[in-house]
Design a protein around this ligand. Structure first.
Ligand code: COA
Length: 193
């Protein structure tokens, strides 16, 4: 049974796996060896390459290309026109365009990537990481870290709910839904309860 929605202007190649309730909107293209989970939404002009794996409840906004090597876990948000890459040193005369050349980019559960941000391949965005609009990410982003700028640097910390965390003198912060976080070190925040 095909319990998902594909707009009539979109192309979904034979063999693509698409989960229940997922919606694929205008002018998008999903390649045949892509795997997409359930309850996802793909906006206008989204491209999903072969061997891309996407979890459940992801939202991919307009004009985003998910190239081979990209893995999105559940509840990942990709803002409009953000850019993934999969080759670190591309050359036209000496092409590096086979699966062996592609570097992995892993976006873990709950992470968000702001509009127009660029993720240079080979990095991991850990749980609930938040990439500001227009940032260029060149290294791993810790869980709950908020990064911005070029190259992206940690500018603060954000809860899973989306509140910027203010830590007390003991290193604890509670967000507006009562979730508690601990600032363990310069590079580490954990959810305590
Ligand atoms: C990162 C973000 C969440 C910060 O929001 P905020 O906590 O309200 O931050 P503020 O506006 O108070 O700014 C805090 C600091 O970060 C800086 N900053 C904020 N956004 C930034 C960005 N995108 N790039 C670079 N610096 C940024 C501000 O200049 C400010 O610096 P300062 O303390 O030196 O003055 C927000 O700016 C952002 O980029 N959101 C993404 C929106 C988006 O792309 N949505 C997509 C769906 S429509």
């Amino acid at each position: 049974m095909t319990n998902y929605f594909i707009h009539e202007s979109a192309y979904v190649d034979e063999g693509a796996e698409i989960g229940e309730e997922t919606k694929i909107w205008h002018f998008s293209h999903v390649c045949g060896q892509a795997k997409i989970g359930r309850n996802c939404s793909f906006g206008q002009n989204v491209f999903v390459a072969n061997n891309v794996i996407i979890g459940d409840y992801c939202k991919v906004q307009n004009n985003v290309s998910l190239y081979e090597g990209v893995i999105l876990e559940d509840y990942v948000f990709c803002g409009p026109s953000m850019v993934f890459t999969n080759i670190k040193t591309p050359r036209c005369e000496y092409p590096r365009n086979t699966s062996d050349h592609y570097q992995k980019t892993l976006v873990k559960r709950g992470a968000s990537i702001g509009a127009n941000a660029t993720i240079v391949c080979g990095v991991t965005l850990y749980e609930c990481a938040f990439v500001a609009a227009g940032a260029v990410v060149i290294k791993d982003v810790p869980a709950y870290a908020m990064v911005a700028g070029v190259p992206a640097q940690i500018i603060g910390w954000m809860s899973a709910y989306g509140d910027v965390l203010e830590f007390d003198e003991y290193g604890y912060a509670i967000d507006s839904i009562g979730a508690k976080y601990q600032h363990v070190s310069d590079n580490e925040v954990i959810k305590v309860s």
